[in-house]
Design a protein around this ligand. Structure first.
Ligand code: ACM
Length: 750
């Protein structure tokens, strides 16, 4: 064997020492996402001239072939195996590459060497090399360096919903190529849902001759009607499906690129398309009343098992996703068969009925040597014994499942739903709602703090989800997916200690070039500013730091609420403010404000930094700055997702602030937001009460809302002006009259 591990180890040590003294260049030439465990840049380049050849260990022949097909570098012949200018795939042992998915990549001017002990390791090395090449300004010069790498999590996923909008098999393959480039290893294919069944099932051709074709192209329009299905022949119908041959082909394509395809066959909810075709599987006999399969009817299980039998023959994945989310139990409550099942099986309620259905499917899958994976609702009514939970309604489902010793995939809506807005909704094409910036996606930590070390090992990884209610084209799909998905790729691959958003952002600049070359319609980095403000109560000052998706942008600001110009104060590293001010800042280029300025209303009021007790909790999805939100001196902007507005879902708002001593008060004010689209309403009234002991409160005043619930966007300040009032404890209660969200940003006390 040509390769002697110890020599290379010695060599790399020499290079480490060399680099420690030489210090890396300020602009890095090797920019890999996800961040590898170790990257050392070295001087020089490997030039991709016509004489370069790929030479591979037989074990990696298929990968070498794939590499050749993507780079047009020729494979070498046996005679060329010792030629100087080669890219070599070396098979090495566990002593060299301990991690089964690990690799080492060594680039010198004479040779590029890949070291791996498994095919998957070699594949990841190849992807790193491809990235380095594609992200260079000059694609035929690969900078020298050394990379050692291994993944943190074994599950690194992405999901596409092809039911609400259909995407062709050839597009799915392109998506798989992009996933593979970023070392994601699981494609979750949401194949069926109310808006369309997308997989040929030979036993039930109606599922695709009818159930795959809905009457309206635009999902929202169809959803707003009776939700009818048509046929492929109808020129006004919309839909599509994959033949089994196409699906098998996608699975093989993905497998060759190190990606497992997990199919999702939704049950028992989200099944309108099945019921539209087979009304006998509904509770009522009327297919348009509910989207739930009847769980009292054995034909439902026969149907599902027949479908799964064909699905298992197409998809070799260990996990089979059965959905399980958002089933409405109403139909089951009024169904004789479902009620009989509940009685016969000694079930307590409809939740246990759903759990009964899931357990039955799990038995079927276990008998076929597969494992059941479902959304976190499968916890309700009792979790099937071996099930794996995909936590989407926040992290709690995942926490509970891991504490019960079940494997978990994290995919909370707050950080992993790529259908959410990624920038100010006013500037974006219509999306489902929410607010998930690149930085927030990047900040995700898949292991919740609530888990101890032994529970943490049940977290297999995380997944980004692309739901397609509003995503009808591949251009829009890529716009929503990139670069947030590659931030999640780093979240799941890189060691926690190696993750740093600023560094990611720097590397991303080269990946914009890479994505351009691959014609990815990625979301361009915005000129939006975010701020981190730290208030120091003792010194009565505030330190503000601005953040942006741009690298070192020119930021100008004013302190009096005026729009900044290029003559305004120039931002350096931070701003220190020591009196109430309206800090207004923006990125300016050539004298032009590039995006809506950010305004920070700093109010040095009496409640600043005081303890807030939440008599009713805030929403887990809109925690803002948690317990500090309402007394941090910072008002929210017009966007409820700006990190200052704290949300309260369906509950009333009820908080107490402790001012630490009884003091005379002249005013207490709180503003509430209204944005009718996402269901945020101003409360119907707000009560102010005061107390000296925190127990006996007296109500001082009530202020009624005057903004009509039809007004789309608004804010209202509930300002209690006081005369002769004193108190230590301030209690504010706001009535949630519309059962939507309440959002408030600050309680200002003078
Ligand atoms: C889901 O988003 N309903 C899993």
């Amino acid at each position: 064997m040509l390769f002697r591990p110890l020599n290379y180890l010695a060599l790399s040590l020499v290079f480490v020492l060399f680099l420690a003294t030489a210090k890396a260049q300020t602009t890095k030439r090797i920019n890999i996402i996800p961040q590898p465990s170790m990257v050392i840049e070295k001087p020089g380049e490997f030039l991709l001239t016509a004489d370069a050849r790929i030479i591979s260990d037989p074990m990696f022949a298929e990968i070498a072939e794939l590499f050749s097909s993507q780079t047009f570098i020729k494979q070498g012949t046996a005679k060329q195996k010792d030629q100087p200018h080669q890219i070599r795939f070396n098979h090495v042992g566990i002593n060299v590459i301990p991690d089964s998915a690990g690799y080492r990549l060594l680039i010198t001017p004479e040779r590029i060497s890949i070291f791996a002990r498994t095919k998957i390791g070699a594949l990841y090395a190849m992807q790193s090399l491809l990235q380095v090449q594609l992200s260079q300004p000059n694609r035929s010069a690969i900078p020298c360096g050394e990379i050692n790498d291994r993944p943190r999590f074994g599950y690194r996923g992405a999901m596409i919903d092809v039911s609400r909008h259909f995407f062709s098999a050839s597009y799915i393959k392109r998506f798989i190529d992009l996933m593979a480039l970023y070392k994601l290893n699981t494609f979750h294919w949401h194949l069926v849902d109310g808006p369309g069944w997308r997989l040929e099932i030979k036993k039930y051709p109606e599922l695709t001759s009818k159930g795959a074709w809905r009457t309206h192209k635009v999902w929202k329009e169809w959803w707003g009607t009776e939700r009818l299905y048509s046929t492929e022949k109808d020129p006004n119908s919309y839909g599509g499906y994959y033949t089994q041959e196409e699906a098998i082909n996608v699975v093989a394509y993905a497998q060759k690129r190190g990606i497992t395809v997990i199919p999702e066959i939704e049950m028992p909810g989200h099944s309108n398309e099945v019921l539209g075709v087979f009304p006998n599987l509904t509770c009522s006999g009327n297919p348009y009343r509910s989207g739930e399969l009847c769980l009292g009817n054995d034909s439902t299980f026969t149907f599902l098992e027949n479908v799964l039998t064909e699905v298992l023959a197409i998809f070799p994945s260990k996990y089979i996703h059965i959905g399980g989310d958002e089933a409405d139990q109403t139909a089951w409550k009024h169904c004789e068969k479902c009620q009989k099942r509940i009685k016969d099986e000694h079930l307590k309620n409809e939740s246990e009925l759903q759990s009964y259905g899931i357990r039955r499917m799990e038995k079927f899958l276990t008998n076929h040597k597969r494992k059941l994976l479902g959304w976190d609702e499968i916890l309700e009514g009792g979790l099937a014994p071996d099930a794996i939970v995909m936590s989407w309604r926040g992290e709690q489902g995942g926490i509970t499942a891991a504490q019960m010793g079940h494997n978990v995939i994290m995919s909370p809506g707050s950080h992993c739903y790529l259908d959410n807005y990624q920038a100010d909704p006013e500037t974006q094409p219509k999306a489902i709602g929410g607010y998930l910036t690149l930085e927030k996606a990047y900040s995700y930590e898949p292991v919740p703090a609530e888990l101890n070390q032994s529970q943490a090992k049940y977290i297999l990884g995380a997944q980004g989800n692309i739901w397609t209610e509003y995503i009808g084209t591949v251009e829009y799909l890529e716009y929503m997916t990139f670069p947030r998905l590659i931030a999640l790729a780093e979240v799941t691959w890189s060691a926690k200690k190696d993750r740093n958003f600023d560094d990611f952002k720097n590397r991303l600049q080269s990946h914009y070039l890479l994505m351009k070359r691959l014609n990815v319609n990625y979301f361009r980095p915005t000129y939006h500013l975010n701020a981190v403000t730290k208030i120091n109560n003792q010194n009565k000052n505030a330190v503000i730091k601005f953040k942006s998706e741009q690298i070192n942008p020119p930021i100008f600001y004013t302190l009096d609420g005026q729009l900044p110009t290029s003559n305004s104060l120039k931002y350096q590293d931070s701003i220190t403010v020591n009196s109430s001010s309206k800090v207004t800042a923006a990125i300016l280029e050539a004298g032009q404000v590039k995006d809506k300025p950010i305004q920070i209303d700093l109010d040095f009021h009496l409640a600043l930094g005081k303890k807030v007790t939440y008599n009713l909790p805030y929403s887990n999805s809109y925690r803002a700055q948690k317990e500090a939100s309402l007394v941090n001196g910072i008002r929210g902007s017009i966007s409820y997702g700006d990190g200052q507005w704290q949300g309260f879902d369906t509950n009333d708002f009820d908080i107490t602030i402790d001012l630490e001593k009884s003091i005379p008060l002249t005013s207490v004010a709180a503003s509430f937001l209204q944005q009718v689209g996402p269901g945020i309403f101003i409360p119907s009234h707000v009560d102010l009460s005061l107390s000296d002991n925190g127990i006996d409160f007296h109500k001082v005043k009530t202020i009624e809302n005057t903004v009509p619930k039809t007004e789309k966007v608004s804010t209202k300040e509930f300002n209690f002006t006081l005369t002769g009032e004193k108190g230590r404890y301030i209690r504010l209660f706001a009535k949630n009259g519309q059962h939507g969200f309440l959002f408030t940003d600050e309680v200002i006390v003078h």
